[in-house]
Ligand binder design. Structure first.
Ligand code: C5P
Length: 410
């Protein structure tokens, strides 16, 4: 999988930097071109001479390096790669990446690219477990950064726990898996790639509407159907922006994730993601939010045991996009989760919201749709209604992606 792939390896400052020398060898043996960036801290652990000797190329170390800039600008350095691998990734590098700092060569390269990035964290166990690092990890993952490791074990500092950088061969395998997955997403057997050049926005998952700093109103949506649609659209060649409420799911590889919590955030990210050729609103958006979110945790009121929350209506994302006076996407698709008279209600909803298609599904008790792996849907559109047999959410997603591709044909 690695033959001909261009990998930019950023070596951060950690004891594990020596393992990155083995990684260079491993990747080259598999046919990859490896170009290396050595951070100043990294250079305390391995020398530019050994890195350059192994990579067979010059080693990039300085942001303001005029000779290098003349040969290859630092922006080009990251953009010309197929994958950026940061190994070892120190807590400091993770913090810089999560917060968008660009005050040295490594952080600038990481900020200046939309090339996929993989990190191999390496640090002391307390640093790894620190909420700041865990928050940074979550942020990076939500942006689609791939992670490998860290492993559990003895540390150079004498402590024990998670924080050891993954072994070079494990990192090399993860890199191979990444390219394999990307290739399968691009040329899934039988997928005609009819959505190449099309940009599609998908909303997915529930929204969380805060009541106070610790409580929120939510619903049972798992995000499985919306995420599956995003994945199927990527497989058809589309550029996909997945705007997701809180779920346990990873974003399908190849799509750009925008993680949100509330309906208002979801609307603003959806509008930000335009222009697009199509928008698929698969999210289960809360219809209402709490009018005045309490600044402090609400206390149990012993005097007055019936507490009333005052709610206000949330913006309707599907309706807003469907009725945009300017820049309305060519195809706007909504979902209708109904418990009775599914088709009638879905058709009425299509007219009310002004969207082009509605994917209607029955979520009445016993159907297991919410949180389940299967779905039985009816596609409601001008061309007539199509009821599809019960199938997996992945299959519903693939069928829908094919229909979208037919509809967006030039
Ligand atoms: O009105 P209802 O919630 O049943 O409509 C469901 C459809 O509308 C779904 O496609 C859902 O994603 C979308 N929706 C929305 N914004 C809302 C409520 C629903 O985009 N506030």
């Amino acid at each position: 999988m690695l033959a001909g792939k261009k990998i930019l390896l950023i070596i951060g400052g950690g004891v594990a930097a020596y393992k990155s020398l083995l990684l260079i060898r491993d990747l080259q043996k598999q046919g990859a071109f490896v170009r290396c960036v050595l951070t100043p801290a990294g250079a305390e652990f391995v020398t530019p001479l050994s890195v350059g000797g192994l990579s067979g190329d010059r080693v990039y170390q300085e942001l303001f390096d005029l000779t290098a800039e003349a040969e290859m600008g630092h922006i080009e350095l990251s953009r010309s790669a197929d994958l950026l691998v940061v190994a070892p990734t120190t807590a400091d590098l993770m913090a810089k990446m999560a917060n968008g700092l660009a005050n040295d060569l490594a952080s600038t390269l990481l900020l200046a690219t939309d090339t996929p990035v993989m990190i191999a964290p390496s640090m002391n166990v307390r640093m790894w477990e620190h909420p700041a690092t865990q928050k940074n990890l979550k942020t990076l993952k939500s942006r689609g950064v791939l992670t490998v490791g860290p492993d559990e074990g003895d540390m150079a500092c004498g402590e024990y726990g998670y924080g050891r950088m993954a072994e070079p061969e494990v990192i090399a395998d993860a890199i191979g898996d990444h390219f394999e997955f990307a290739a399968s997403a691009e040329t899934t057997l039988g997928t005609p790639q009819g959505l190449r050049g099309k940009r599609i926005v998908v909303t997915s998952g529930p929204t969380h509407e805060p009541i106070d700093p610790v409580r929120y109103i939510a619903n049972r949506s798992s995000g499985k159907q919306g995420h599956a649609i995003a994945g199927a659209l990527v497989a058809e060649g589309a550029e996909v922006i997945l705007i997701s409420g809180p779920t346990r799911l990873d974003a399908p590889s190849g799509c750009t994730l925008r993680a949100v919590e509330t309906a208002e955030e979801m609307l603003s990210e959806t509008l930000n993601a335009l222009p697009a050729d199509a928008v698929v609103c698969a999210a289960a958006v809360a219809d209402y939010r709490v009018e005045a979110v309490a600044e402090n945790k609400l206390k149990k009121d012993d005097e007055n045991d019936a507490r009333t929350l005052s709610l206000v209506e949330n913006p309707d994302i599907l309706k807003t996009i469907s009725q945009l006076p300017n820049g309305r996407p060519e195809l706007v698709i909504g979902f209708a989760a109904e418990t009775e008279k599914v088709i009638d209600h879905a058709s009425a909803k299509r007219a009310r919201k002004g969207c082009d298609w509605i994917v209607a599904n029955d979520v009445s008790t016993g159907t297991g749709t919410f949180g389940g792996d299967d779905n039985q849907v009816t596609l409601v559109r001008d061309a007539g209604n199509e009821s599809w047999p019960k199938m997996s959410k992945d299959d519903v997603a693939r069928r829908l992606a094919t229909k979208i591709s037919e509809a967006l044909k030039p």
